[in-house]
Design a protein around this ligand. Structure first.
Ligand SMILES: NCCCN[C@H]1CC[C@H](NCCCN)CC1
Length: 289
C-alpha cells in the first residue's frame, strides 16, 4: 500500500520507485538494515540500507551476466570464489558448469543468506549445490588467508561503495584478488553505472590496470530496477594465458546439458560480446587496452 523510492546520496536528484503490495520482512543485521517487500510488478524485492539489491523479475540480468561474462571467457573453470553474493544467485549460475569442482563464497552478513533462503528460494537455490562452501565473514580477510594462485575465477558480487562493501572497491583488495588467482585467471566485479559513477569507474579502471597485468575491460548490462537502468562490470585477467573477454571460448547458452534445470533467461553468447561495446563518452573515459 504505497510506494518504495530508492533515494540515496549515491544518485542525487533521482529515485526509482516501485509500488508496494506488502512489506514481508524488516530487520537490522550487524552491518545494515534488511528489508523485503512484495512489489506490484517486479515480484519480491530485497533492499539493504534503502538500496535495491535484486527483484525476482530482473535479477537474472545481473546474476547471469556477472557470472557468465568471466566463466565463458576461460576454458574449464574448476575453482571459483564469490565475494559477497549472499543471496545465492551467482552460486546458482556457477552451478551450471560441469567443469567446476569447488565453489567458495564469503558473505559478510548472514542475515542476507537467511532472508534470501526464506523469501527468494529460486535465487538461494544456489546454496544447495554440494560444491558450495559458505564462509560468513569479511572478504578482505578471507582473501588474505587464501593460498596464492588458488582460483580460476573470482566474482565480486558486492553492494555499493558506501557501506560494508567500501573496501571491495579499493586497490589493496584488487591486489589480494590478483594473488588468489592462477596465471590467466579472471575476476569480474560489480562496477557501477557509467551514468552515475564515471569518477568511481575511472578510479577502479586505473587500479585494475596497475594490478591485473592481463586484460582489463568494462562491460555492462541493463537492470531496470538499478538506478540509471544499467550496471557495469570490470573483467580483468592476471598475467598468463591471454584472455579475450570479448570472444567467449565456451557457449553455455548452447550447451543443452546445462539446461536440464532451468534455461538462461538473459545471457547469451552474442550479448556477451555486445556487453563490451560502450557509448563514446564511456570509451573516452575508460579506454580499452
Ligand atoms: N546479487 C545481487 C547483489 C546486487 N549487487 C549490487 C546491489 C546494489 C546495486 N546498486 C546500484 C547502484 C547504481 N549503480 C548494484 C549491484
Amino acid at each position: 500500500p504505497g510506494w518504495f523510492s530508492e533515494i540515496s546520496p549515491m544518485w542525487p536528484g533521482e529515485a526509482h520507485s516501485l509500488k508496494v503490495e506488502k512489506i514481508l520482512f524488516e530487520g537490522k543485521s550487524d552491518y545494515q538494515n534488511v528489508m523485503v517487500f512484495q512489489s506490484s510488478t517486479y515480484g519480491k524485492v530485497l533492499v539493504l540500507d534503502g538500496v535495491i539489491q535484486l527483484t525476482e523479475r530482473d535479477e537474472c540480468a545481473y546474476q547471469e551476466m556477472i557470472t557468465h561474462l568471466p566463466l565463458c571467457s576461460i576454458p574449464n573453470p574448476r575453482k571459483v570464489l564469490v565475494i559477497g553474493g549472499g543471496d545465492g544467485g551467482v552460486l546458482r549460475e556457477i552451478a551450471r558448469y560441469s567443469s567446476v569442482e569447488k565453489i567458495d563464497i564469503c558473505e559478510i552478513d548472514k542475515m542476507v543468506v537467511e532472508v534470501s533462503k526464506q523469501f527468494f528460494p529460486d535465487v538461494a537455490v544456489g546454496f544447495e549445490d554440494p560444491r558450495v562452501t559458505l564462509n560468513i565473514g569479511d572478504g578482505v580477510a578471507f582473501l588474505k588467508a587464501v593460498e596464492e594462485g588458488t582460483y580460476d575465477a573470482v566474482i565480486v558480487d558486492s553492494s555499493d561503495p558506501i557501506g560494508p562493501a567500501q573496501e571491495l572497491f579499493e586497490k589493496p583488495f584488487f591486489a589480494s584478488v590478483a594473488r588468489a588467482l592462477r596465471p590467466g585467471g579472471v575476476v569480474c566485479t560489480q562496477a557501477e553505472s557509467i551514468w552515475l559513477h564515471m569518477d568511481i569507474i575511472e578510479g577502479i579502471v586505473a587500479n585494475c590496470r596497475q594490478v591485473f597485468k592481463g586484460s582489463v575491460n568494462y562491460a555492462w548490462t541493463t537492470v531496470p530496477t538499478y538506478p540509471s537502468g544499467m550496471i557495469g562490470f570490470m573483467l580483468c585477467s592476471t598475467e598468463g594465458p591471454t584472455v579475450d573477454f570479448k570472444n567467449p571460448v565456451y557457449s553455455i547458452d548452447e550447451d543443452d546439458s546445462q539446461h536440464s534445470t532451468r534455461p538462461l533467461k538473459f545471457y547469451n553468447s552474442e550479448l556477451h560480446s555486445a556487453a563490451f561495446c560502450l557509448p563514446s563518452f564511456a570509451k573516452r573515459a575508460i579506454g580499452s587496452k
